[in-house]
Design a protein around this ligand. Structure first.
Ligand SMILES: [Zn+2]
Length: 262
């Protein structure tokens, strides 16, 4: 479809697209993470402090924040740097995926997947919850993208979703039995089903392993230091999933060669 178009132009276009998606992701994070949950369509973007409705030129990804010097035109109070940072991150994700995979289905799948992972990580960090819109919505998108790639891809994705869901469900049930309290939220379980749909069943195992490893590296010292902080486990699963997606086969091969000796 994009034959003859220089890669630089495609990457640039994907980056601009990404910034716009990032702007929408900000809205999703804020409204799906709110209690009660709010619509991401209505009302249009406004300043959370004074209600000043944003005109189009106050709503341009990254550039508006810079032009306004990070302050609302209505009340003059600071606008969180989270907005331009997420726009930049999603812009980099979309540009990077096209640069890595070339313009095609693989790049779209990777970009959608990483955008959802970022949304989950930030929402989990802010509100300690993983909205179904990201997990279950992402699961549906992941299965559809896999189906577009062919029947065998769809089978791998469906297996991945089942393994991710089933394993984390077992961990949750086992943890509840062991610690006599809920060790893991339902959000994490649904999130792993979504991840499985994008990475397949092998990398889903790797994701859980990496997520648990990262989580304990950070959580155990915190607990020993007496912190009662909740652990947004979704962040660690998101990091594990991103690593599995990009270098999963390499890690598994290394593991097979050096650890199992196969
Ligand atoms: Zn304001």
């Amino acid at each position: 479809m994009f034959d003859g178009v220089p890669l630089g132009i495609l990457v640039g276009a994907a980056t601009v697209f990404g910034a716009v998606f990032g702007s929408f992701l900000n809205v999703c994070i804020l409204r799906w993470g709110a209690e009660p949950k709010q619509s991401v369509v209505r009302p249009p973007s406004r300043c959370p402090r004074c209600g000043h409705a944003l005109s189009w030129y106050e709503n341009v990804p990254v550039l508006s924040w810079l032009a306004l010097r990070g302050r609302c035109r209505g009340c003059g109070l600071p606008i969180s740097i989270q907005y331009p940072l997420i726009e930049l991150a999603v812009a980099a994700i979309w540009g990077g995926m096209v640069w890595w995979f070339g313009a095609g289905l693989a790049a779209v799948a990777g970009a959608v997947f990483f955008t959802i992972l970022l949304g989950i990580a930030v929402t989990d960090a802010r509100a300690y919850l993983i909205p179904d819109e990201f997990s279950l919505g992402g699961l549906v998108v992941g299965l559809v993208l896999a189906a577009l790639a062919g029947w065998s891809q769809l089978l791998v994705a469906a297996l991945g979703a089942a393994v991710g869901f089933g394993l984390l469900w077992l961990v949750a049930v086992g943890g509840t039995w062991l610690f006599k309290k809920d060790a893991m939220g339902g959000g994490d379980i649904k999130m792993m089903a979504m991840i499985g749909a994008f990475v397949g069943w092998k990398s889903v195992l790797l994701t859980i392993f990496l997520g648990a490893l990262l989580g304990s590296l950070i959580f155990v010292p915190l607990t020993l230091a007496g912190s009662k902080r909740l652990v947004p486990f979704g962040i660690f699963l998101a990091l594990g999933a991103a690593a599995s997606y990009l270098v999963g086969p390499e890690i598994l091969e290394w593991y097979g060669r050096f650890v199992i000796g196969a």
